[in-house]
Write a protein that binds this ligand. Structure first.
Ligand SMILES: NC(=O)c1ccc[n+]([C@@H]2O[C@H](COP(=O)([O-])OP(=O)(O)OC[C@H]3O[C@@H](n4cnc5c(N)ncnc54)[C@H](O)[C@@H]3O)[C@@H](O)[C@H]2O)c1
Length: 252
């Protein structure tokens, strides 16, 4: 398949998990991929995996909570691949699961908003001019089922991910007339580094599986396939949508 041949794709949080799976999937379909993460060595490893499979990739270290670093990542993609057509704004940090709302430290609240919501805003703001110069494109943001429904002891994460869904809709309205489609994916439990700790505890693993009508957590590449769909021409009429990839979690 070569749905993304000649396309330049930028992916944040691509050192592992959903971001890495999506980077590999885009590259396998012909895209040139800029792998971005604050974990520079993990980003480098993803780049090497893509190259070993015969794909085209570059990598760089950047912290998406810093707008200047988001501008630098976009410049890197344009320099390396001649433009920017697709961006997957996926970098994020997990919730601690240990604190009720009044127990959350102000610094943790701020950090969560700066990375999980501010990082998406910074990325979009930096990406749009380069995408317009490239003739338009598609942006996909990683929200979560926590952007659609609430969960206990996750107030800051839930607030940030609901913010990502709102930001996705607002950006979609602002940008669709300019030729840029913006959508979000909302994964439920996905087997990545972020979930490793929680899944090691048997009771949490069992409840996580029973919470999902499908009876299991997702694999990262099951989320990646939906991201590729939203980025593709097959989704040409899908605008401002927050697509649940959740094994039925949010239909109960
Ligand atoms: N795993 C799940 O169950 C799940 C469910 C719903 C949503 N998500 C979301 O999916 C996205 C990817 O998470 P994952 O599960 O693949 O976890 P992961 O920990 O494997 O990947 C997240 C990546 O983001 C990077 N990152 C964190 N802060 C960053 C920053 N400030 N700047 C740049 N990079 C940064 C990390 O270094 C890491 O490589 C996150 O936004 C997460 O909130 C995950």
């Amino acid at each position: 398949m070569s749905r993304f041949r000649a396309k330049s794709v930028l992916i944040t949080g691509a050192a592992s998990g959903i971001g890495r799976a999506t980077a590999l999937a885009f590259a396998a379909e012909g895209a040139s991929v800029l792998v971005v993460d604050q974990n520079g060595s993990g980003a480098h490893d993803t780049r090497e995996l893509i190259r070993a499979a015969g794909g085209t990739a570059e990598s760089m270290r950047a912290d998406v909570s810093d707008y200047g670093q988001c501008q630098a990542m976009v410049q890197c993609a344009v320099r390396a691949f001649g433009g920017l057509h697709i961006a997957f704004n996926n970098a994020g940090i997990p919730s601690s699961l240990a604190f009720r709302i009044h127990e959350i430290e102000l610094s943790d609240w701020q950090q969560m908003l700066n990375v999980n919501l501010g990082g998406v805003f910074n990325s979009i703001k930096a990406e749009v001019p380069a995408m317009l110069a490239s003739g338009g494109g598609a942006i996909i943001n990683t929200a979560s089922v926590a952007g659609l429904i609430a969960a206990k002891n996750m107030a800051s994460y839930v607030a940030a991910k609901h913010g990502v869904v709102g930001l996705t809709k607002a950006a979609a309205l602002d940008l669709i007339g300019l030729g840029i489609r913006v959508n979000a994916v909302c994964p439920a439990a996905t087997r990545t580094a972020m979930l490793e700790g929680a899944l090691a505890i048997p009771e949490i693993k069992a409840s996580m599986e029973s919470d999902h009508p499908i009876g299991r957590a997702a694999a990262a590449d099951e989320v990646a396939k939906v991201v590729l769909f939203l980025a593709s021409e097959e989704a040409s009429f899908v605008v401002g949508h927050a697509m649940a990839v959740d094994g039925g979690l949010t239909i109960k």
